[in-house]
Design a protein around this ligand. Structure first.
Ligand SMILES: [Zn+2]
Ligand SMILES: [Zn+2]
Ligand SMILES: [Zn+2]
Ligand SMILES: [Zn+2]
Ligand SMILES: [Zn+2]
Ligand SMILES: [Zn+2]
Length: 510
């Protein structure tokens, strides 16, 4: 107490300056005895800054550490050296440590250092020189100006730089840091829940990407109810406009024409069709807010099953080829065929195993199959062989014209559309390995960015997407040469290329 009072009435200019700094920046650490202090200057970039994880053997990298460089310092990078990138709005703060010497402020400059885990040496050196120059220009109390200057300059410095990392750990630390800051800011804000219309602190609310916010209780009630009743189409932001948009998009994409006209790349189709409109991590978070671990687990599992089934129905409507009725009398199950090349179909309801082409109980491949007229590998009755042949032919060739007149122009076009769309679906269904089970609690986890290090949203276990092994919180599993997954942090899923068009066996036109 006494010490505080002493400080209160101190007529030492240095103490007075420290006091006012402390008042303005309460986060500043001040030692009145040593006449020193430290302040963390936040690096908040309103416009965002792109940070990249690049191949370690990129020639532009020294053995230096995290590197934030001016564009002139960066050798031109070919895009494939960039493993992953993300825009962040917060970087770990710069620390300014200072000490006010005997003859400060008029005759001696403050002693200080600038530390940063993201700025390169050349940048911090430049900033240090600028700050020193400031005191030389004023020769007076300078702490405020220094802090101000750092806050501004750090910003503008960052706007014209790129941040490259070679160490995944550092890269993901920044990503996590950014997330933590955003979450803290969110938690402090007040939101009006769109369902119950009450005001809540962000810490008990959740905001969707569309910026609609709800309280956790309302979200929990809403999602656990629609999952229980099986209303899979309602599992998205409950806002009225978002619901409307969801229904419209869904309707639009139920048309094959939409797909053919827009000429979507496969990734796009995967996004639209196979990615739930609310991520499993987010859904887990919502269910976890008011549910027991068992309720969370069963809720998520049920949702995953519902979702998959609804997607199959969706694709099946688009491409009737994918659907087959169970031929067993009394069982009317509509079965989705994931692999069109596989003639064997097993009914998930009655377990009847049958041949798609002849609809008889499953027979070995060498038995002659009495293919039904409309079954087998065709689209609208046009055999796949003819479609593939057609697509290989010259645009104005005689053979094309001949095929068109054989099947009819409109039918041929539609058959080709369906065939091509189906090729995409094939690829997509094979690439649909984005959800894996956590090796610890077995809940489904989505692979979100390209990296193979996964973290379970429920039990927080870290594991490897490729080999399923439980790994530590660091990146050793991918960076140590004796590890099974050495250098495989970004290796894509195998098997994506090898599938493809060729039907097993022969398409006999008997
Ligand atoms: Zn509410
Ligand atoms: Zn919304
Ligand atoms: Zn059946
Ligand atoms: Zn058969
Ligand atoms: Zn888990
Ligand atoms: Zn592994």
């Amino acid at each position: 107490m006494e010490a505080e009072d002493d400080i209160e009435f101190s007529d030492d200019l240095r103490t007075q300056e420290l006091q006012s700094v402390k008042t303005i920046y309460p986060g500043c650490r001040v030692d009145y005895q040593a006449l020193s202090g430290a302040i963390e200057v936040p690096l908040k970039i309103e416009l965002g800054i792109e940070i990249k994880l690049v191949e370690p053997d990129t020639p532009s990298q020294g053995s230096d550490h995290p590197v934030l460089k001016k564009p002139s310092e960066t050798l031109s990078q070919s895009p494939d050296q960039v493993l992953t990138k993300q825009t962040v709005h917060n970087l770990p703060p710069i620390t300014l440590t200072f000490c006010l010497p005997e003859n400060y402020p008029y005759d001696e400059a403050p002693a200080f250092t600038i530390q940063s885990s993201v700025l390169s040496k050349s940048i911090t050196t430049g900033l240090t020189e600028d700050l020193l120059q400031m005191w030389n220009d004023y020769k007076d109390q300078i702490l405020f100006n220094m802090i101000d200057f750092l806050m501004e300059r750090a910003q503008s410095e960052l706007l014209v730089t790129t941040v490259d990392f070679t160490d995944p750990e550092q890269y993901y630390n920044i990503i996590d840091y950014n997330k933590t800051v955003l979450q803290k800011e969110f938690d402090m804000q007040t939101f009006t829940c769109e369902i119950c219309q009450e005001d809540y602190k962000g810490s008990v609310c959740l905001e969707f990407e569309c910026r609609h916010a709800f309280c956790n209780q309302c979200l929990y009630d809403y999602f656990s109810s629609v999952i229980t009743t099986g209303e899979v189409d309602k599992v998205h932001c409950p806002n009225f406009e978002c619901t409307k948009k969801f229904v419209e998009t869904r309707k639009e994409y139920s048309n094959l024409e939409t797909w053919m006209e827009r000429n979507f790349p496969v990734e796009e189709i995967i996004n639209v069709l196979l990615t739930p409109s609310i991520s499993l991590a987010l859904l887990t978070k919502i269910l976890k807010s008011h549910g027991t671990p068992e309720e969370v687990e069963s809720g998520i599992k049920r949702y995953q099953e519902m979702f998959k089934k609804s997607q199959y129905e969706f694709i099946g409507n688009l491409l009737p080829n994918r659907l087959v009725d169970c031929p067993r009398t009394g069982c009317s199950e509509v079965i989705f065929r994931k692999d069109l090349n596989d003639k064997l179909v097993v009914c998930p309801r009655c377990a009847y195993a049958f041949c798609n082409d002849c609809q008889n109980s499953w027979h070995a491949r060498f038995v002659i199959c009495k293919k039904l007229a409309d079954k087998g590998n065709n689209y609208l009755g046009v055999p796949v062989d003819d479609i593939e042949y057609y697509l290989l032919l010259e645009k104005d060739s005689y053979e094309r014209k001949a095929l068109r007149s054989k099947y009819g122009r409109a039918r041929m076009k539609r058959a080709i559309d369906e065939f091509q769309m189906d090729q995409l679906f094939n690829k997509m269904l094979h690439e649909d390995k984005s959800v894996v089970a956590c090796p610890n609690c077995e809940i489904g986890i989505e692979k979100t960015d390209g990296c193979n290090k996964m973290k379970c949203s429920q039990c927080l276990t870290n594991f490897c997407f490729l080999c399923g092994e439980i790994i530590g919180p660091n990146y050793d599993h991918f960076s140590l040469p004796d590890s099974t997954c050495y250098k495989k942090l970004f290796v894509g899923m195998a098997g994506a290329e090898e599938d493809h068009l060729n039907p097993i066996g022969v398409l006999d036109d008997d």
